[in-house]
Design a protein around this ligand. Structure first.
Ligand SMILES: *Cc1c(COP(=O)(O)O)cnc(C)c1O
Length: 394
């Protein structure tokens, strides 16, 4: 079996599993306890906070542990909105191809009377910082732009956007769930005010993540209760999960150059192979993309059928985000970069990591090529295209 859906989730590293199981067995105290068992857990927690802060150029007190990327996105956006509202600033800037954790939160704020500007994404899947600058108004309280897109893998000009926001005195949040552990990130150099991350996207456990918030930023709580996380996120801390997240991130940081060169090589081999399929297109810029991301559209087929047939052949991939699988709507990301509905339906996302091999890539190329041809043989849309009753888009 070949797993090629690492943007949906990753396998936990052995070191992360080991750390987590040892802590579950031995360090199960409540970190709020004043006795030794509690303080031992507290020590593990604070060591993880220090490590994680160090990896992204932050201070330990700027790291807040959460249940993952979705919660971090929600808390960052609500916090900026609550703070903005107090100053009469109810305008937020984002873009059309964010993760739903961002887009749906923005929809909720819209219902509350906030005005949301969603910037266009260009066909290459990259946002133009100039357009961010032009969209900023007197009443803008937040710019939220993802670091790297989860479907097409394009990496945004975060430093330029951060500098613009800092100069204009507007809060800047980035959903960096796909970037942390995969790209070098420094929140100070990039002028980032808030950043979301999730452990299960970098070989850590599910259900744990963090929100970085610059010390000048006023966070509001989503969850009320105890005084954990400097009073900003109540609930007894998931100490084993948090420590395993820090261990997983350390491994990723230490091997980042090596891993990204290796995975990028696999990615480019896969892109070259799939590009040979007629009437296909690579989605997103070929260079400005995550090391492991490959995303194609094949005209005249349904992505869902392609996925099921690939699964039968032992290849696990995705048609876009896990959140939209099972629904018949085409990916909002592919629509945002200008793919028409029919073409967007025929999408395939393959996301590789260090466990994949060149042999995997060659098997994927062979099977995708065969299955696309097989499906086209049945497709009424393909027949119309071939007979000239319909025009090829690709
Ligand atoms: C996976 C993902 C999320 C959600 O993270 P969870 O930890 O699964 O809640 C948010 N944003 C992006 C870009 C993602 O890829």
């Amino acid at each position: 079996m070949i797993y090629a859906d690492n943007a949906a989730t990753t396998k936990m590293s052995d070191a992360a599993v080991k750390t987590m199981t040892e802590l579950l067995k031995n360090t199960w105290g409540n970190p709020s306890g004043l006795y030794k068992r509690g303080q031992d857990a507290k020590e593990v927690l604070e060591k993880a906070r220090e490590d994680i802060a160090g990896f992204i150029g932050a201070e330990p007190r700027e790291i807040f542990f959460t249940s993952g990327g979705s919660e971090s996105d929600n808390q960052a956006i609500w916090s900026a909105a609550r703070a903005g509202e107090k100053k009469g600033k109810k305008h937020i800037i984002s873009d059309a191809f964010e993760h739903h954790a961002v887009l749906h939160t923005l929809n909720r704020l819209k219902e509350e009377g906030f005005e949301i500007t969603l910037l266009d994404v260009h066909e290459n899947g990259v946002i133009d910082p100039k357009e961010v600058e032009e969209a900023i108004r007197e009443d803008t309280c937040l710019v939220t732009i993802m670091y790297a897109n989860n479907e097409i893998g394009t990496v945004q000009p975060i430093r330029e956007i951060g500098e613009i926001c800092r100069r204009k005195n507007v809060l800047f949040h980035t959903d960096a769930v796909q970037a942390v552990g995969h790209l070098p990130i420094n929140v100070k150099v990039d002028s980032i005010d808030m950043l979301s991350a999730s452990a299960h996207k970098f070989n850590g456990p599910k259900g744990v993540g963090f929100l970085y918030a610059r010390k000048e930023v006023r966070l509001s709580n989503l969850i009320e209760g105890g005084a954990q996380e400097r009073g900003k996120r109540a609930g007894t801390e998931n100490v084993p999960g948090i420590a395993a997240m820090a261990v997983a991130l350390r491994e990723k940081q230490e091997k980042m150059n090596e891993t990204s060169a290796y995975v990028r090589g696999l990615r480019d081999r896969l892109i070259a192979g799939l590009s040979r399929i007629p009437h296909s297109v690579l989605n997103g810029d070929a260079d400005r993309r995550l090391p492991g991301n490959v995303n194609f559209c094949f005209e005249g087929i349904e992505g869902e059928s392609l996925l099921l047939l690939l699964d039968d052949r032992g290849i696990q991939a995705s048609s876009g985000s896990a959140c939209t699988s099972g629904s018949l709507d085409p990916s909002h990301v592919l629509l945002a970069i200008g793919r028409v509905h029919d073409v967007a339906h025929g999408s395939l996302r393959l996301t590789l990591d260090r466990e994949n091999t060149e042999e995997d890539v060659d098997i994927i190329i062979k099977n995708v090529t065969e299955v696309v041809e097989y499906l086209r043989g049945f497709s009424p849309v393909w027949r119309d295209l071939i007979n000239g009753k319909r025009k090829f888009v690709l």
